[in-house]
Write a protein of this length. Sequence first.
Lengths: 514, 168
Amino acid sequence: MAYTTLGVIPARLPGPVPVRRCTVDARQLVAVCGAVRQAGGLLHALWASDESDRGAGQLLRVALQDAAGLLILELPLAGDAPMFPDLSVLFPAAGRMQRAARDLSGVRPQGGDARPWLRHAGWPEDFHPLRKDAEAASAWPVRQERYAFVPVTGDGVHEIPVGPVHAGIIEPGHFRFSVVGEKVLRLEQRLGYAHKGIEKRFESLPIVEGVRLAARVSGDSAAAFSWAYCMALEALSGAAPPPRALALRALHLERERLANHLGDLGALGNDAGFAFGLSQFLRLKEDLLRANDAAFGQRYPMDAIVPGGVAADLDEPNRLRLLGEVAPLAEQVERLHAIYDDHAGVQDRFMACGRVEPELAAQLGLVGMAGRASQQLRDLRCDHPHAPYDALAVNLCGHRGGDVAARVAVRFAEALESLRLCRLLLEQLPGGAVRAPVPEPQPRAFGVGWVEGWRGPVLVALEAGAGGAIRRCHAHDPSWQNWPVLEHAVIGNIVPDFPLINKSFNLSYSGQDL
Amino acid sequence: MIHILRQIVRTGIVSEAPPPADEALRLRHKLHDEILRLLGRALCIRQVDAGSCNGCELEINALNNPYYNLEGLGIKFVASPRHADLLLVTGPVAKNMETALLRTYDATPEPKLVVAVGDCGCTGGVFGQSYASCGNVASVIPVDVQVPGCPPSPTAILQGIVTAVSAR
């Protein structure tokens, strides 16, 4: 799409994925956002960067996704209380990102929801941790938080507060249900409990070591985030990871996708009262993790992907072992798929539950696996394939249903597709080195990594500082876009179906709380 | 139904023996005789994610798979701290979770045990201490046993739990 009539002429950034960048004024920002929205594009991420050490103010960065790839607009903001146009009127997903940018960087949208998002009562309102003059080690006594939930009133309406400590083994967050009888009228989420200052922490780390932290933005997406971080670092420093390393990265990413889908398919069976499904799928997942441990020395790829390549090579006996396990695992997944499909009780719980119609998904900007289950047919591995995906012809798995059953169907299809990709990667594994040198980046060098993780597209925007430091690193999880859609998905459903609906999305708390 | 039964028979029993206790993991000694007398080997655990990356939760969830078969050992996860004998806590304690963790600890009846799981729970890990993070679990509530690892394997977590409930 051409934005030249708006005076916006973006420049292509180096790297394996199509990313363009351009400085804009407030009028151009709104105009380009409007044009992208009109053409069916998305808001991908929104964050701010403190430029006061360069004699400027704050810099607002808005990452949009259009047909050509990613477009990053940079809006310089002056003054001590910088304002920018409220983009939530064009992209509903912008609302929480703008609130987070205000909490962390002190930049304010001109309108929209004025409540804090990541800041609870742990630090004062005028402390903006991502400002360069904000001391990372600052500490305040915790106070009691008073958060203004939106009240729902009427005959027989009552509230059910849940969390932040949940009944299961899951991450912390608060859900406020307004219900009549068993029926949910409204769900309001209060997140940010797992905020642990990741973005500030990045700025204290050497740029080559930041990957350890990136892998821990969301532990179930370690391969996706560490690859995105390395992609950004390699793009801005001019490093070229060898083909064998790229194939092994994809192997890690697909096995991570597979592990998450297997675990969630079991948990979804369990949440529908089918404990057999949990036992069977957790057994398959455990087999997969044990094979990871034998082949790579790690059950989860927490430190597998490193700048310039991968930490560990795959030896020939383990290549053959992993290859030999693909077909039997696919056979077991297909057998369990048939059992799920034939089970009337399970299907009764899955079907028409937590439905997000394709129109609503498009309007709210649902992304990733959940998006594909509501006919939002985007997948970076298909739309903008970088090596090694450019040689694999990944099949996009979509569905029109938008309910739990559709998300289950997409997960089954994606698990089998990942197994097919693992087979291809292992059969065609190139020879050679698994790591290339990474030159020390120039200060101000800016790079972006964009990877289709199991949940959806993850983004890492990285800027180098002086002497091999990180000046700013923003990590974006697709849960930012999808959490607000979950609020819509449960409307009109009954409270006991919430765990099932929630698990069918399985969004990240840590990834959005940062 | 026949397919389900066939799959159960085909799978067989895959459960493995639990690991022995490891005294090196113990941080403090407290009340063991009393706990053993009261609980025997039945143990109820409330898991609290105080701000982890979710990696430790993946491995804690694995304890419920048929290989580790936690419930077969008389150990189960419960939905409320009021039903719990032991808190299994992960993460650096996020500032935004400090109050919730303290309340959960207070709601757990005495005698109670706390096992901190993962490098972050033991030391604050890669996230450390900051405006948003209180650091390790022991800086907020008393901890009996620490299980390092990023994430620790299910066997290591189970070993930490077994250590916490075993006599000195």
